[in-house]
Design a protein around this ligand. Structure first.
Ligand SMILES: [Zn+2]
Length: 474
């Protein structure tokens, strides 16, 4: 895989023994200093942006869009062709509404046209390779700027500050990283620059989770940064076994997977701390973070240009209406993503948050992209996973569960039980779940020892193998 010689990449590649030898000394230095001057500058900028009035935001977005449209038009065959086909020239871009004159693109567009979509040579030193994972479908590959990490991390760290996180605080990270066991078989690695303790989410057995929690209790005031499925596995373990809760966890940062309300309630109940989610994607077009006062998301206006579009491609501006998240990224200038349909859905709330005073677009109820968005009924309609959030005692004896579907109208509910389940218990689970589905999808139950994870260790709630058929035309 191609990676540029950025500071972050070099550190990632540094052997563990070097990190731990020199890291002990480095660990004493403030993280912001270690992450570099440009990171500190980015953090300051991002913090300021939160208080920008709407007019300033609009002016910034207009300039950034002009820049990216011009770059795309002048340097790529694909966008020149596309802009010409609708009679658009970047010099005509006078107001934000003009963006509606351009067609949208989607994942398949990038798969088909990547070689004509890059603004510079992909062998340049400052170009990295990126991709999106998944359990099915074609993976998406693209190229991006090597310096993106310090920009992106500034947005994330500033978002987390809303929950009381401060740069340099220890973080317990359980998110798909390959963590090798030490000589005692303990899956833990430490990064002294970021003060991150990594634990393996590929090995979430009771024995290992007990070790993880014991270790987390020893690292001082910290945040848990996890995939929702991993944090929930840990939470269920605490609830089930009465294992001592790490009181030093000040908040739980959830990212990279759909967040379901039953996960949030289990995690908050077990840890006695608030969960906080951000929404983003590998293509880096849109980043949104929850408000510290509500569960709604505020869209970062300087990360990319955000649009919420209805099925006809018109902007959604009515409170409570759902639309598809469409983004034009400002960070990736190597493969520009212009009006990129993410396939993710969100509900529009407004442009001003009364609770925190931020003048930013507010969205809520974000639903992840196909194919993990739901189950397909026999009539082709989609049963939203919201209907399948389980807050009752159905899964009392179940550690984890996942739906797997290959045919519309039918699906398999795979469960990893915590005790051997007798026939009555199996029947109770399947009856409860089938009741929720009201005949739209008929479930059968299968007992598993583990569930399907993506190569990056994400554990989607739905493994969808039916062919997608809901794509709209533009
Ligand atoms: Zn707010």
């Amino acid at each position: 895989m191609k990676t540029a010689l950025s500071k972050k990449n070099l550190w990632e590649k540094t052997p563990l023994w070097v990190k731990s030898t020199f890291g002990r000394g480095l660990g004493l230095m403030p993280s912001a200093w270690l992450l570099g001057k440009s990171f500190r500058k980015n953090c300051k900028f991002v913090r300021d942006v939160q208080r920008w009035p709407k007019e300033r935001v609009r002016e910034y977005q207009l300039n950034k869009l002009r820049e990216i449209l011009k770059l795309a038009y002048e340097k790529t065959k694909f966008y020149r062709r596309m802009f010409d086909s609708v009679g658009f020239h970047p010099d005509d871009f006078k107001s934000l509404d003009c963006i509606g004159k351009l067609p949208t693109i989607e994942k398949q567009t990038v798969i088909d046209n990547l070689s004509d979509m890059c603004t510079k040579s992909i062998s340049s030193k400052d170009v990295d390779y990126g991709s999106t994972g998944g359990t099915s479908g074609t993976p998406l590959h693209f190229y991006m700027n090597a310096n993106r990490s310090s920009i992106e991390y500034a947005y994330l760290a500033t978002s987390w500050e809303r929950t009381g996180y401060k740069l340099g605080m220890p973080m317990a990270v359980i998110r798909g990283r390959i963590v090798r066991p030490n000589r005692n078989g303990f899956y833990h690695e430490y990064d002294p620059i970021l003060h991150h303790h990594y634990y393996s989410n590929f090995h979430m057995t009771d024995v290992n989770m007990k070790l993880y929690l014991k270790h987390i209790r020893s690292i001082g005031p910290c945040f848990l940064h996890a995939y929702p499925s991993s944090a929930r596995a840990l939470a269920k373990f605490i609830i089930r076994t009465g294992e001592q809760v790490p009181q030093n966890i000040k908040g739980v940062l959830l990212e990279s997977e759909n967040v379901y309300s039953d996960q949030v309630s289990d995690i908050e109940k077990a840890f006695g701390a608030r969960t906080f989610s951000t929404y983003g994607h590998s293509e880096k077009c849109v980043l949104a973070a929850q408000c510290e006062y509500t569960r709604d998301y505020h869209v970062w206006p300087t990360y990319g240009y955000f649009e919420l579009l209805d099925a006809q491609g018109a902007p959604v501006k009515t409170e409570g209406q759902e639309g598809e998240i469409v983004g034009t990224g400002f960070i990736n200038t190597v493969t520009p993503f212009i009006r990129y349909r993410t396939g993710d859905l969100a509900t529009y709330v407004g442009e001003y948050c009364k609770e925190c005073g931020r003048e930013q677009t507010i969205i809520t109820d974000i639903k992840g992209r196909w194919p993990q968005g739901g189950l397909i009924a026999s009539d082709g309609s989609i049963v939203s996973m919201t209907a399948l959030n389980v807050h009752d005692d159905t899964f009392n004896n179940v550690r984890e569960y996942q739906f797997q579907q290959s045919v519309p109208g039918k699906a398999t509910l795979c469960v990893v039980p915590t005790i051997p389940l007798n026939d009555n218990e199996k029947q109770r689970i399947i009856t409860n779940m089938n009741k929720r589905l009201q005949g739209q999808v008929i479930l059968n139950l299968e007992i598993r020892t583990e569930l399907v994870k993506t190569p990056r260790g994400k554990q989607p709630r739905v493994i969808q193998r039916c062919t997608p058929f809901i794509k709209s035309e533009n």
